[in-house]
Ligand binder design. Structure first.
Ligand code: ARG
Length: 471
């Protein structure tokens, strides 16, 4: 069968059909394609471009097709190239010539641009929900671990003590930004390309504001050439999602480190761990590793599509069809990773003793010794140097700073008094850091109040969004 116009005399070669057909992967857009067609056909009826009863009949049949597709009753054919032509063909098979009116004043170029936007909007909302779910899980850890002290690291060397709450709240901030980044992208992309037609709009009196509104967009796009060729929003969402993967990957890396034998700060549940086929003692954090690994794949998809887009002239070019597999793979990977990551984190246990004991060795209260001397009016630089000498003495004599006797402290400075022991205790070191954003429980509590407010707004906004609005 030759689908295109009478211009073609020869039948398409099977090779070319297979090569440029996208139905294998764009069939997953069927719901959005039908939503777009329903809006378009309602618009055609409303503007008397076709009769109202014709519009109603087409909509009714499109809904029927949707139901059959939902039930898996429909077989797609590569002969009809993509989801748009497949749906149209099925419609024409069902209602004959009337079905041929659906494509009046429309091109596959604005159709595909619309379908991808509708799909992307729903995916953004779904992924925002995963970020909120993870933030809630982390907030539970934050609530229960304000006084669970652990070493904070720089260069993966023990640096200064913090609390486990403060640690997980750093990730809360990353995932909160991820949520907001997606929110910004959503706002920017929320414009309807429908009515841009092939590239130059159409002579039919379409009401683009009407179709935009019933599909849940904030307004129609302002330029028909841009309308059909804009893929910025896919690049932007893929960038947002790459950043999310970087966050999940960094967190995974730390989980892998922290559940390793030598650290033992946390333990993953058996349900989220794997064994070895040869070493019976092994309990491996494979899930965290795979998530760390998948970050490369997502960043690769994003980079690939950036490269596809960068040399394209206006307006539509078939290269753009490459957006689909890349974007589908990105959203599937991110959702898959979140599902496993959230479950893994939710079920992990915190080994408070191991964390606390790790604070004891490694001189992580050295800054506090220097601060103590500075409080007694020594300049910070002198105090810093003197404390360095104390650390060196401690290393040589295998002694933590807290284990120095009073005589040993006095060997270095007479400014030390008995209160030094309290002032360099791990608890004190953490709790006195009450500046905004610091690890002291007072600051942590303030931060958490702010996050709670964010969460209640985000949850409300996600609940208010209707997936597949026109259906
Ligand atoms: N399958 C195509 C895509 O995904 C749909 C648009 C085709 N338009 C065209 N003029 N060939 O981009």
């Amino acid at each position: 069968m030759q689908y295109f116009s009478g211009r073609f005399k020869e039948k398409a070669d099977d090779l070319i059909l297979d090569f440029h057909s996208s139905i294998k992967f764009d069939k997953r857009l069927y719901r959005y394609d039908i939503m777009g067609s329903i809006a378009h056909v309602r618009g055609l009826g409303k503007q008397n471009i076709i009769k109202m009863d014709e519009s109603k009949k087409i909509e009714e049949t499109l809904r029927e097709i949707l139901e059959e597709m939902d039930q898996g009753k429909i077989e797609f054919s590569i002969e009809y190239e993509d989801i748009h032509m497949n749906v149209e063909k099925i419609l024409i098979d069902k209602i004959g010539d009337l079905g041929k009116k659906l494509h009046t004043g429309r091109s596959r170029n604005d159709q595909v641009a619309l379908d991808m936007k509708l799909f992307a909007k729903d995916e953004v909302k779904k992924i925002q929900s995963y970020t909120v779910e993870l933030i809630e899980i982390l907030m539970d850890f934050a609530k229960n671990n304000k006084h669970t002290y652990m070493p904070g690291f720089t260069h993966l060397q023990k640096a200064q003590p913090i609390s486990f709450s403060h640690y997980v709240l750093a990730y809360v901030e990353m995932f909160r930004r991820d949520y907001e980044r997606l929110e910004n992208s959503f706002k920017l992309m929320n414009t309807s390309p429908l009515g841009s037609a092939a590239l130059a709009g159409t002579t039919y009196p379409l009401d683009r504001n009407y179709t935009s509104e019933i599909l849940g967009f904030s307004n129609p796009t302002w330029n028909s050439m841009d309308g059909v060729s804009d893929r910025d929003y896919l690049l932007e969402i893929m960038s947002d999602l790459s950043i999310i993967m970087v966050h999940l990957s960094r967190f995974s890396e730390e989980i892998i480190t922290y559940c390793s034998n030598d650290y033992g700060y946390i333990e993953l549940s058996d349900a989220f761990s794997t064994g070895s086929s040869i070493m019976p003692q092994k309990k491996n954090p494979d899930a965290a590793e795979l998530i760390r690994g998948k970050s490369g794949r997502v960043i690769g998809d994003m980079t690939g599509f950036f490269t596809t887009m960068k040399g394209l002239p206006l307006a539509y070019n078939k290269d753009m069809q490459e957006d689909k597999e890349a974007f589908f793979d990105v959203v599937d990977s991110v959702k898959g990773c979140f599902t496993v990551f959230n479950g893994m984190v939710k079920t992990m246990t915190v080994n408070k003793d191991k964390m606390y004991n790790a604070c004891k060795h490694g001189y992580i209260n050295a800054t506090d010794v220097a601060d103590y001397l500075t409080e007694k009016e020594m300049s910070f630089r002198d105090a810093y140097k003197l404390t360095g000498a104390m650390v060196s003495y401690g290393i040589d004599n295998k002694k933590a700073l807290d284990d120095f006797s009073m005589e040993e402290f006095h060997k270095f400075s007479k400014l030390f008094q008995k209160d030094i022991y309290e002032k360099i205790s791990i608890k004190y070191c953490v709790e006195k850091r009450t500046t905004l954003g610091g690890p002291g429980s007072e600051s942590v509590t303030k931060h958490m109040e702010n996050v709670e407010e964010f969460l209640s707004q985000a949850i409300k906004s996600l609940k208010g969004y209707k997936l597949n609005s026109i259906l």
